[in-house]
Design a protein around this ligand. Structure first.
Ligand SMILES: [Zn+2]
Length: 437
């Protein structure tokens, strides 16, 4: 039984002071449908724009992680994302009436309390996991070293070393909702007095006070509340890592080993994971016809699909994966009839035909995973959402058509599709189908 996606059972709000602006702001966590992920909604702006929690939108990593899409910015997103990932919430809409959520006590505990208040419920679709298959290692100019190695669980081991070796700490834990809530969420942000004094003088951290961070001067802690754990700083670094890795968008099975992590290095790791994930999806084109019962040649494809030349958009199915994924290929040549008119002197494959290719592979996937015999039912394309055409497809390209079935009922089914050429996504869509005998 695969793990299911989870969302919030109800909505819950929290009001407090933002760290950088010092203004009051309110954050409201709302339930969201499967496959939604985490998105920020700026309810204070006209049309209430939404910013995806994705590492491709990372703008700045100084002291906190900020995202922006166009002119819309959300900053200091890492603690709330950390709480959502850590507490096992896959889908949530994060509404804010400012560009920054309240900082609370500098930990993720206020957000964990908010999630517990809203409640967490299972949804009807499996979680998307990315299992690390080979080590990935990055080093940055300012001394961050991050390595991720294969593991059945999601685990983080982290060291923190302060200036002159002060506060050298190590902590290692698996990330589960129970461990996250008890061992990680309450760990607060920490700052060195010598670093923060110039910022306070410049008025850069208006909401900063001894209540929302552990302030360290020399060997001693200036904050009223003593440290919550012997290794509170290393634990907070783990908290930040969880939040920054949430920007990868898939749950990780792997062990992150982090030396002196920071938002720059953390978000870079998310970006590299995203790149590797896309390459994995693209797969290497086979140089010979793959053998094996799972793989369909063009004759088998035509037994499942009623489409024929010039409207058959799949040459071969090269892989069925797990219980929901299917990959087909289409060699795009100058002999395609549509190139005569699209466009003379500048042949480009029409985006709608890539959409059709995704729909044809999706139909094959539905019938295959439902265990149906050829010449049985036919899938009708009902709707397509979130359709994006990202790059032109030219004669000579091989289109890898990846489809994941996200819902399969007797008469209705949903799938996510993406077309990939040379390891780059050229088009994608969410599709809905109905089936007729
Ligand atoms: Zn932090």
């Amino acid at each position: 039984m695969s793990e299911l996606q989870h969302t919030l059972a109800s909505s819950a709000s929290l009001t407090g002071t933002s760290l950088h602006t010092g203004e009051k702001s309110t954050i409201t966590l709302q339930p969201a449908p499967v496959g939604h992920g985490w998105k920020f909604k700026r309810v204070d702006l006209p049309d209430q724009p939404v910013v995806d929690a994705h590492c491709s939108l990372v703008k700045t990593v100084e002291r906190a992680t900020s995202l922006s899409e166009g002119a819309v910015k959300v900053q200091t997103v890492e603690h709330v994302l950390s709480a959502l990932y850590g507490m096992g919430v896959d889908n949530a809409l994060i509404e804010m009436d400012a560009n920054e959520p309240p900082i609370g006590d500098g930990s993720a505990k206020p957000y964990v309390d908010l999630i517990n208040k809203a409640g967490v419920v299972a949804q009807d679709t499996p979680r998307s996991f990315y299992a690390i298959s080979e080590p990935l290692h990055i080093e940055t100019k300012n001394g961050s070293i991050l390595t991720i190695v294969p593991d059945d669980k999601f685990r983080i081991s982290c060291t923190n070393v302060g200036p002159e070796g002060r506060f050298t700490q190590f902590y290692s834990t698996e990330i589960t909702p129970a461990l996250y809530e008890k061992e990680i969420a309450p760990a607060r942000t920490f700052v060195y007095y010598e670093d923060v004094k110039p910022l306070l003088d410049k008025g850069l951290i208006k909401g900063g006070s001894l209540e929302n961070a552990v302030v360290v001067k020399g060997e001693s802690v200036m904050s009223k509340e003593p440290v919550r754990y012997k290794e509170e700083f290393a634990r907070h670094k783990i908290l930040d890592l969880v939040g920054d890795l949430a920007l990868f968008g898939h749950r990780i099975k792997g062990h992150v080993i982090a030396v002196k992590p920071g938002h720059g290095a953390n978000t870079e790791l998310s970006k590299q994971l995203t790149r590797r994930h896309a390459q994995l999806l693209a797969m290497v084109p086979p140089s010979t016809t793959p053998k094996g019962g799972d793989v369909l040649d063009v004759n088998s494809v035509m037994k499942l699909l009623p489409h024929r030349y010039p409207f058959l958009m799949v040459d071969r199915i090269v892989a069925f994966e797990g219980e929901s994924k299917c990959t087909g290929i289409k060699a795009v040549t100058i002999n395609e009839p549509y190139f005569q008119g699209h466009f003379p002197g500048h042949p480009v494959m029409p985006g709608v035909l890539q959409l059709e290719a995704m729909a044809q592979v999706a139909s094959i996937a539905f019938l295959h995973f439902a265990g149906e015999t050829p010449n049985g039912r036919v899938g009708y394309f009902m709707s397509a959402d979130s359709v994006k055409f990202r790059k032109p497809v030219m004669p000579g390209d091989t289109l890898f058509i990846h489809v994941e079935v996200t819902k399969a009922k007797r008469s209705l089914a949903k799938a996510k599709g993406r077309c990939v050429v040379n390891n780059e996504v050229v088009s994608e869509a969410d599709m809905l189908f109905c089936f007729v005998e």
